[in-house]
Design a protein around this ligand. Sequence first.
Ligand code: GLV
Ligand code: MN
Ligand code: MN
Length: 408
Amino acid sequence: MVSDSIDPDRMARDIEAIAGFTEEDPRVGYSRPTFSPSWRRARDYVIGQAAVTGFKTRVDAAGNVHARNPLRGWSERVWLCGSHIDSVPTGGKYDGVVGVVVALEVIRSAPEAPVELIVFAEEEGTTFNLGMIGSRAWAGGLGPAELRELRNAKGEDFFSAAAAHGAALDRLAEEKLRPGAYLGLIETHVEQGPGLWKSGTAAAIVTAIAGRRQYACTLTGETNHAGATRMTDRRDALAGAAQIVTSLETLGRELDREDGQTVLTVGRLDVEPNAVNVIPGRARFSIDVRARSEETLDGADARLREMLGDIAAERGLELQVSCTESIAPVPLDPAVCARLRNAAARLGLDVPDTTSGALHDTAILAPLLPAAMLFVASRDGISHNPGEYSRIEDIACAARIVAEAVCA
Ligand code: GLV
Ligand code: MN
Ligand code: MN
């Protein structure tokens, strides 16, 4: 069987090598922001490993890396396999990396298989405040005008920052992904939830991905002196934000109780002027909502806007809410899921179905390509955390399933 040459030790070495490329001390966590020196070294490592297999590489206009056997032209229809190598700040070793390492091992084990390895650019949304930029720009969901508006912490737009890494705005239209250009997409990823670990299952087939809405909110009050302003005379933007954060948590708990699948997070908060003896005049924060249906996302949108409006009005604060991202829940392709299931069955593996609460580049490409995902068990469901861990034998099991699936 083609999957017999999948080598768990080689995959473990890849994971450790990529983990070694981090902007942060690994004792604190693994940080590979897109376009940072560590991100580039990790990307070059993957390109180097693909080259050892004899694969040639190109970087598309959106900054995604593609590697193929040179015996195949770039326009031949093959399977796309891969994930991302950028990370959240102080994240773990496995998020994204596992999908790239699985694809690397598949091309090493079966270099003649119809497979192209892909490393998507900027999946996490850490660097430009928007996730999955590489896949969105490639798929045509983000045009030049929108891409020019995205800014990193240095104030650079996506293409200025990406130019040194092979991306180019002027090639974007011509290189746009054509529906039907690939046989399909298979992304392997860690589950990032506890289901598989708890049930002692190595891997699962992902049949759908939850939708996400993200918001950028600003509360404006009045900056004033912390010692000389009576409590009754304050318009404290941070106190308003604090009330909003806990009220949103209550709303999230209610929604979760209703369907067991909807979650809500405030993950970012910036305060101005952020000084010990100054009443905060401005607070900016993010909201992230995930749900399995568009109706639930619409319902959450209405409820959170009403809640924010009431709290701001009660406290005499000015409120701005803008929805920065809206991604619908995505069903994955039943035929690709069946292909993975059959491959697992040929290997004598019982692989259940599941759905993904986290987003992935697959959600962006699924409307254009037959796409599915394979999840690998995550210890205790911990992710976006340096404690993230998946067993190498489970990761190798996923690689065997993918190798069988693309060779079938
Ligand atoms: C990806 O990490 C997500 O936020 O779902
Ligand atoms: Mn990921
Ligand atoms: Mn992630």
